[in-house]
Design a protein around this ligand. Structure first.
Ligand SMILES: Nc1ncnc2c1ncn2[C@@H]1O[C@H](COP(=O)(O)OP(=O)(O)O)[C@@H](O)[C@H]1O
Ligand SMILES: [Mg+2]
Length: 281
């Protein structure tokens, strides 16, 4: 969709008075709209996530659903921040969000610098494809950087599960890579613009988990294993060139908390069921 055609819905209170220059639409999905804005004074960058009300749903059901989902998301974020898991901090919310045209519920959270892992991996795949042609192999350094990234992803998911939260929608679009702070890094080369060949330096950073709209609380191996399985399938379909390194996600996961071993064992059952299902269906 060309940008000029994107007509974001009217903002709910209290954002109706926010000057357009201070609130930028960045994403429109089926369920949510995301804006970059600021919060407090002096302002800090923030992400505003709005779940617009659905005109086709009965208004009472609609309010109940959107309230339940935004509260669930907010609860998970608050709990995870407290547990030290890398997620954006929750800054505020309103589950009714009355606007002129029905509004919708919203929450404001800390803005995460960087970009989603999906984009990082697509860039990496693009570099390899361009250099080697479709059948080309992957060189040592390229393999190392992607392995490191995948291992950190496993660690992040393990941290989440250790805290007793199941994500419910683990894809590479719901993982962000926040670059390590460049200010005063070991080399002291603050923003020198130096990039390693193949862009490996832009694959370093902290993994931040986002989008807890389908999250729930559970410490069951089954639920954790399904979470991992969903992620594995997402890698397989969105990033086929990284599939052979998926074991790194599992190694990172294994090291991240005590019960990880039994979840990984359960993952084998979940995979088996998945294969059977795809053979029948
Ligand atoms: N806290 C944040 N900081 C920066 N960007 C964000 C943040 N939260 C979400 N985004 C961006 O907005 C997109 C959609 O947000 P998400 O919560 O995944 O919504 P949806 O439920 O529609 O998938 C993300 O893929 C990411 O690019
Ligand atoms: Mg998402």
């Amino acid at each position: 969709m060309p940008e000029s055609e994107y007509n974001p819905p009217p903002l709910p209170q209290p954002f109706t008075n926010t000057p357009a220059s201070q609130i930028t639409p960045i994403y429109q999905g089926a369920e949510a709209h995301l804006y970059k804005t600021t919060f407090l004074s002096p302002p800090i960058p923030a992400a505003l996530k709005i779940r617009p009300s659905k005109p086709y749903r009965h208004p009472i059901l609609d309010r109940r659903l959107s309230r339940a989902r935004i509260l669930q998301e907010a609860r998970c974020l608050a709990k995870l921040v407290k547990e030290g898991v890398a997620v954006p901090a929750l800054l505020g919310l309103d589950w009714e969000g009355n606007g002129k045209d029905g509004g919708g519920s919203w929450l404001v959270m800390e803005w995460v610098e960087g970009c989603v892992v999906r984009v990082v991996l697509e860039r990496w795949e693009g570099v390899i494809k361009a250099r080697q042609g479709y059948m080309g192999g992957i060189e040592g350094e390229e393999e190392k950087v992607v392995r490191r990234l995948l291992r950190r992803i496993g660690g992040a998911v393990g941290g989440l599960h250790r805290a007793g939260v199941i994500h419910g929608d683990l894809t590479t679009s719901n993982l962000m890579l926040r670059p390590f702070s460049r200010i005063g890094d070991q080399k002291g080369n603050v923003d020198s613009g130096e990039e390693e060949e193949g862009g490996s330096s832009d694959m370093e950073g902290d993994i931040v988990l986002i989008d807890f709209g389908l999250a729930s609380q559970s410490s069951q191996d089954e639920d954790r294993a399904v979470d991992l399985y969903v992620l594995e399938r997402a890698f397989g379909s969105s990033h086929p060139r990284t599939e052979e390194f998926f074991e790194e996600v599992l190694s990172g996961y294994r090291e991240s908390y005590k019960g990880a071993g039994s979840t990984l064992k359960r993952l084998e059952d979940v995979r088996m069921r998945g294969r059977k299902k795809s053979m029948i269906g």
